[in-house]
Design a protein around this ligand. Sequence first.
Ligand code: SAH
Length: 364
Amino acid sequence: MSGDTPLGRRLARLIAEAGPITVADYMAHCLGDPEHGYYLAREPFGPGGDFVTAPEISQMFGELLGAWIAEAWHAAGRPAAVRLVEIGPGRGTLASDMLRTLRLVPELVEAATLHLVETSPRLRGLQAETLVTTPVAAHWHDRLDDVPAGFTLAVANEFFDALPVRQFVRTDAAWQERVVGLDADGRLAFGLGPGALATCELPPRLREAPAGSILEVSPASIAVMQTLAGRIARDGGAALVIDYGHAETGLGETLQAVARHAYTDPLAAPGEADLTAHVDFAALARAARSAGAVAHGPIGQGAFLSALGLAQRAARLSRDADAATRAAIAAAADRLASTDQMGTLFKVLAVTPQGAAPPRPFAV
Ligand code: SAH
């Protein structure tokens, strides 16, 4: 039966007692519940999991990001103390691959401390195992606000898509908030709540829309981006945000549930399927600017990785490899960068302080 998981039964009781919850609260429960939440209880990554992320496809992804980070450090005048930050580090693969490249810049390794922002104790354990031989001291934090101040070089891959979105449905008179309630049989079901979005918060072209249109906003994402960009504006540094999403704020539902590499109904298996929404890069860029920083892009992941030397890195790794390994490297490069795979849907946004030169390859 739909929603019939331990978390689903608990949410149904909660809703029966206290009334419907917003889509954002539903998402936050499904992903972050301390007992049954998806990231706390399940192993989402890899072929046996529910989805595969770029760093799990190939070490080249993290190595190229490491090269970008090293360049940003040089461009900022090689500061003597660096907060190397990853938000939502998963299994720790990206941090580990980046640090392998950074070892080529010993002064940077010397200057750096590693700060991993991660809410799941289980994933913190995995990250510690992956990073056991890391050359820099690693620290874990629940929130980005807890990372000590200082010059910051930060990455977040497939993090923002996991932050809750609120959904609003256009009715004749207003943008009304979508909620999760119960149907006549006591099952989780979408409905409309009493709350509405103040139209003045919307870009003018979105204020009027056909009845039934859906608009998603992610206050949690805006808050994290403002914190990140505020740090960079104040203390210096650079950040890369990589995720799937759209370059312009638009209409349409993107909330989706994935379990074992297949899409399912977001209400079907609370806590047991991954729930994500596409990232609104225009909204993130606005948030970065409102915090006093400069936002660059987004550009496609394919264009970004190609400009950083994906083909050259693949050739280098293939040089002494056997035929099967060479084929696997070529397939991974294609998956990361080609337009029909991750090259266009996945996008890269960079954040720098005002007055800094635009980072490669965002320079015009
Ligand atoms: N960057 C990794 C993992 C992406 S999955 C990769 O590319 O493979 C999302 C990650 O964000 C997980 O590590 C998850 O536990 C973490 N996460 C989700 N919500 C979070 C939150 N609110 N605060 C901190 N970490 C969070």
